[in-house]
Design a protein. Structure first.
Length: 375
């Protein structure tokens, strides 16, 4: 069996809203084709036009090659070898950033393909599945800046029977700490004492001094973790914030290849690693990051604000981890979030999501949805 083509599919939902942090209205799929007529599919949370260029670029020298020129004609079943080949032959493009995004998508598609070839879910290919269900949390975004807007957003999130919510805040929390405190206290009162609350700062703070006024209310509201408090290049601030005693998460705002994570484990000593599987190198690299996390005593809770393809990938990976960690369940209003898959994973009445049991990712994509929104 040989790889015959790598197809990059850009999807776009016509929308006149201002740009925000929800990527789901602009999708990027990678479909890997073989001469056996079997294909693997994945999605990438990145710029579709750039991913397309990285995949389709003709080779210049043997370390400046597009992914298609590297992989067409190869046996798709030795995924580790193909990952290293992609990593080497794109090295002069930079072994971080969007090149790793593209490699991630191809890697996930390769695992999906292998699962279909062997008739096994990806979790069984990765290791020994320990969990067949994982706890879910939903992310509340946008949160709003008034009590009324906040309550409306929380009501929407609480339609799902989860035991945890993550509040994605806006930069005004940095500049208006009194309003931020009021909103957080309102959220805790609104959801009650039984639900866990997390806070995603989306790199809204530049330094610890801006966060200091909020630390007491974070403790009072029992925030389970503070995610991405600073831009990633402010690692000294991640080191300093450890003294607050609040668990800190990092990585979901741009860390890619495994070596890029090392300072966050060794120096910042983050409590929670939050890699996006479509940025860090797919399943192949995520296994390496998980090993780093275990060695450093950090939890690994993947980022997952995208469609059912990313959700399924995260579930397969979490299924083989020692601890049953949270799976992020996107509540985006985009039709791609809800219509791309015919059999997307759902939250049950216990607040759990079952790991797909079908071959590969176990996701059947809706071809009509792809045709409808394809650029």
């Amino acid at each position: 069996m040989k790889i015959t083509d790598i197809e990059v599919i850009e999807l776009r939902v016509p929308d006149k809203r201002k740009l925000d942090l929800d990527p789901t209205n602009n999708g990027c799929l990678i479909r890997l084709h073989t001469d056996a007529g079997i294909s693997g599919i994945a999605e990438v949370d990145s710029l579709p036009s750039v991913i397309k260029a990285i995949v389709e670029a003709p080779p210049r020298i043997n370390t400046l090659m597009g992914l298609k020129s590297i992989l067409v004609g190869e046996d798709p079943t030795n995924i580790s070898r193909l990952w290293q080949k992609m990593y080497h032959h794109t090295s002069y493009c930079g072994q971080r950033g969007v090149v790793m995004h593209a490699i991630s998508g191809v890697d996930i598609a390769l695992w999906d393909l292998l699962g279909k070839l062997e008739g096994k879910p990806v979790a069984e290919l990765l290791g020994v599945p320990i969990h067949n269900r994982l706890p879910a949390y939903t992310t509340v975004y946008p949160l709003g800046r008034s009590v009324g807007e906040l309550q409306e957003a929380l009501e929407k999130a609480l339609r799902y029977p989860v035991k945890a919510l993550k509040l994605a805040i806006d930069p005004f929390w940095r500049d208006e700490p009194a309003l931020a405190e009021k909103l957080l206290l309102t959220a805790r009162e609104y959801v009650g004492d039984k639900l866990e609350l997390m806070l995603d700062a989306t790199a809204s703070f530049s330094h610890c001094g801006q966060l200091e006024p909020l630390i007491p209310v974070l403790r009072h509201c029992r925030v389970q973790w503070l995610e991405a408090p600073f831009p990633l290049d402010r690692i000294e601030q991640f080191i300093e914030i450890k003294s607050s005693g609040i668990p800190i998460g990092a990585g979901d705002t741009g860390l890619t290849a495994p070596d890029e994570w090392l300072p966050y484990f060794r120096e910042a000593k983050i409590d929670i690693a939050q890699p996006d599987i479509s940025w860090v190198g797919g399943f192949t690299a995520l296994k390496e990051i998980a090993a780093m996390a275990e060695e450093s005593g950090s939890r690994l809770i993947p980022h997952g604000w995208n469609t059912d393809l990313t959700l399924a990938a995260n579930l397969h990976f979490l299924a083989i981890q020692p601890q049953a960690e949270y799976a992020e369940f996107s509540t985006s209003s985009s039709p791609l979030r809800w219509q791309l898959a015919e059999n997307g994973p759902q939250i049950d009445n216990d607040g759990m999501i079952s790991v797909p049991t079908g071959p590969g990712l176990g996701i059947v994509v809706n071809e009509e949805t792809i045709r409808r929104f394809r650029i």
